[in-house]
Each structure stands twice: as structure tokens, then as C-alpha cells.
Design a protein around this ligand. Structure first.
Ligand SMILES: Cc1ncc(COP(=O)(O)O)c(C=O)c1O
Length: 389
């Protein structure tokens, strides 16, 4: 028998349940079942045509060598202009690092900032990979249970009271996955100040920026040039498969990030970087804004429909494309609920267990990454399923 040697650091890394659920949904589809997908965390819209065209143009040249590890200079400059246009914030292109998705940025940030035993504060529920990245680097994910009372976000008080001598960083996401809620500007500013006072780092995941439906919001870079801000072309820009993201880091850290990215992946995908240059063109932004309006319509359809069925949704999500719902009036175990809903009613949703341990059995996440008629079919099936139980 072959021996299997797995590094200890993998012990605490949980699988992404939703991916396994998705695999099962695909299996059912292959058997001829119709499945309504409300589990998928990526926009259903294809990449906008101007971006595809730019990608095709560069591929035809064959000029697809590595870019510098920090990214294509023209793309770093375009992103700097984007900060100026969108948020009226001046960011030097020298601080912008192009990565392979926000995932690549999160990995780099944790690897640069976290030593073995260091603690990183983060919200539970939260994006599951964060805690896994921290664990992979030998750090400790110090997860803070948050609920509807704080719109599922960390507060300055929570950060202050949980900060210890071992705490090295605090991570927030605004809007958040799975809850779609924003961290108010004042809290963002105060948490950045607390981290700075304690000599720690603040990592802000702004991947769902652009997908905010009526609230005013800004980037954490407005308040501090010492925060680490992560963003991506995946969500607002509808480019998940191109695997492209970016990070803005304090000037003093650029060289460290450069060293590590040179070692880990040499450069982000070259065709994707050229294609992304078209992402900021007015004609692309017009397409993306129309899609944002569609996401808002979907949220406004799905939220009351789910409440009618008996899901409790105490906080209206202000952004992203998720609704985080309390299903305790309908079931005792959200994991079994999601499994049975898929098998018996053909609707795929994500169980709370993917996002942490805090009241996970009482929560599920719905993604409105399908058109309204599909969501309506999903709602009908869920109502029927719940009624039969
Ligand atoms: C909060 C959050 N951060 C980061 C990511 C990673 O996205 P990507 O690597 O596609 O940019 C996701 C993906 O779902 C996410 O929800």
C-alpha cells in the first residue's frame, strides 16, 4: 500500500461544502433532472464583449509572455484611475499588485503578514477560505461570532475587546459573503485606526464593490494608506474564470509582495491582464451597471419571497448577490435541509456550515445568480418542499 503523507497544516482545512453540493447537482443534471441553482457564487452573465474582444486581440498576437510579477504596468495604472474616478481616492499605481483572483491576493497577504501562531480576527459567518489560508500559514483564525445586531459585521468594540498580544491582523469583507452586508464607513475607519494603534494590519476584502444596490459606500483606502485592500475582476466585472484580481498595499510592503509573487506564481495570467484593460472602458461599465440593476431586481424579488416561505432575514443585504437566511423555523439542521432540498426538490443552496460554526445549522445562503424566472421556479419548489415536510 502506498503511504500517504499529508502535512499537518491540512488538518484544519475543511472542504468547501458548496462545491460538493454543486458536484451532486451536476450529477443529478446528468441524469436528466432539472436543478435550480441558488448556490453558485459567481455571476451568471458572460464576460462583457469589449473584454472578450480585447482578450482575443492579444491572443492573436501570440504575445503572451510573463508580465512583471506585480502586473502589467498599464493595468496597474488603469486601476489607479478607477480609484480616482469611482471613489475620488488617489492611489499610486506602484502600490497596486495584480494577482490571480482575490484568492491569490488573500494568499499573498496572509503569507506576507502572518507568522506561525499569529492570530487573525475575522467574522463568523465569513468567507471560508480566509480561515483556511490563515491555518495553512500556521496562524490562528480568531473567529468572532456576529449576528443580525451588527449586520453580521465586526464592530470596532468587538475588534478592540478581542485584540490580544498575539493578534497580528483583522480581516473584514464589505459587502460580505455570505451576508451581503456592508461595514459602515465609520466602523471601517475606526477598525483601521485600532489595527494601526496596536501595530497590526487590516485586510479589507472589497471584492463585492460595485455590486451595492442603494447605499453610499467607499473604499477603505479613503481612510488609510496603511490598509491592505483586496479586489477582483470576478464579481462586478463578471470575469471569474479569467482568474484576475488585485491588491493595494502600503508602499513599504510592495517589495515583499513582489518577492513572494515572483516565487509563487511569477505573474497573473497575461491574456487576462490585457483583456481587463477593457474592463474600465465606459462601454463596459455601462454593461456592468445594467447588470447591477438586474441583480437589484433579483434581490428585491427573492427577499420577500423567501420571507413568505418562513425564512427569517433580519438584515436586508445591501450588496453582493447573496441572501443569508435563518431557516430555524423550517428545519433543525441546515445541512440536511440543503441536501434534502437538492435531492427531493431539485434546488441547490449553500448550508451555513460553509461559512463558520456560529449558528451554522440555523442558516443557509441563497445566491441570486440566476434570472428571475429561474429564481421564481426555485421559490415555488422550496415552498412545495417546505409544505410537504
Ligand atoms: C469574499 C470573497 N473573497 C474572495 C473570493 C475569491 O474570488 P476570486 O479569487 O474569484 O477573485 C470570493 C469568491 O467567492 C469571495 O466571496
Amino acid at each position: 500500500m502506498q503511504t500517504r503523507h499529508i502535512a499537518q497544516r491540512l488538518a484544519g482545512v475543511a472542504p468547501f461544502h458548496v462545491m460538493e453540493l454543486l458536484a451532486r447537482a451536476r450529477e443529478l443534471e446528468a441524469q436528466g433532472r432539472n436543478i435550480v441553482h441558488m448556490e453558485i457564487g459567481e455571476p451568471d452573465f458572460p464576460t462583457a464583449k469589449p473584454i472578450c474582444d480585447a482578450g482575443i486581440r492579444v491572443i492573436e498576437t501570440g504575445n503572451l509572455f510573463y508580465t512583471p510579477a506585480l502586473g502589467l504596468p498599464a493595468l496597474r495604472e488603469a486601476i489607479a484611475r478607477f480609484y480616482k474616478d469611482r471613489y475620488d481616492v488617489t492611489v499610486s499605481p506602484s502600490r497596486i499588485i495584480i494577482t490571480s483572483g482575490a484568492s491569490g491576493a488573500l494568499l499573498l497577504a496572509i503569507a506576507v503578514l502572518i507568522d506561525g501562531g499569529d492570530k487573525v480576527l475575522m467574522a463568523d459567518p465569513g468567507y471560508p477560505c480566509n480561515r483556511n489560508f490563515v491555518r495553512m500559514m500556521g496562524g490562528v483564525a480568531d473567529e468572532i461570532a456576529v449576528g443580525a445586531d451588527t449586520a453580521y459585521q465586526l464592530t470596532p468594540e468587538l475588534v478592540e475587546s478581542r485584540w490580544t498580544a498575539k493578534t497580528r491582523a483583522v480581516m473584514v469583507a464589505s459587502p460580505s459573503n455570505p451576508t451581503g452586508t456592508l461595514l459602515p464607513d465609520a466602523a471601517l475607519q475606526r477598525i483601521a485606526a485600532i489595527a494601526a494603534e496596536r501595530g497590526g494590519a487590516m485586510i479589507v476584502d472589497e471584492i463585492y464593490h460595485g455590486l451595492v444596490y442603494e447605499h453610499a459606500y467607499t473604499t477603505a483606502l479613503k481612510f488609510s494608506d496603511q490598509v491592505f485592500v483586496i479586489n477582483s475582476f470576478s464579481k462586478y466585472f463578471n470575469m471569474t474564470g479569467w482568474r484576475l484580481g488585485w491588491m493595494v498595499v502600503p508602499e513599504a510592503y510592495v517589495r515583499d509582495f513582489e518577492k513572494l509573487s515572483q516565487n509563487i506564481y511569477l505573474s497573473a495570467p497575461t491574456p487576462s491582464q490585457h483583456a481587463a484593460l477593457a474592463a474600465f472602458e465606459p462601454e463596459t461599465i455601462a454593461i456592468l451597471e445594467a447588470r447591477r440593476a438586474e441583480f437589484k431586481l433579483r434581490r428585491d424579488f427573492l427577499l420577500p419571497a423567501l420571507r413568505n416561505i418562513g425564512f427569517k432575514i433580519p438584515v436586508v443585504p445591501q450588496g453582493a448577490f447573496y441572501i443569508y437566511a435563518d431557516c430555524s423555523a423550517l428545519c433543525a439542521d441546515s445541512f440536511a435541509f440543503a441536501r434534502d432540498l437538492l435531492e427531493q426538490a431539485g434546488v441547490a443552496i449553500t448550508p451555513g456550515a460553509d461559512f463558520g460554526a456560529n449558528a451554522a445549522e440555523r442558516h443557509v445562503r441563497f445566491a441570486y445568480t440566476s434570472a428571475i424566472p429561474v429564481l421564481a421556479e426555485g421559490v415555488k419548489r422550496i415552498a412545495g418542499f417546505v409544505g410537504r415536510r
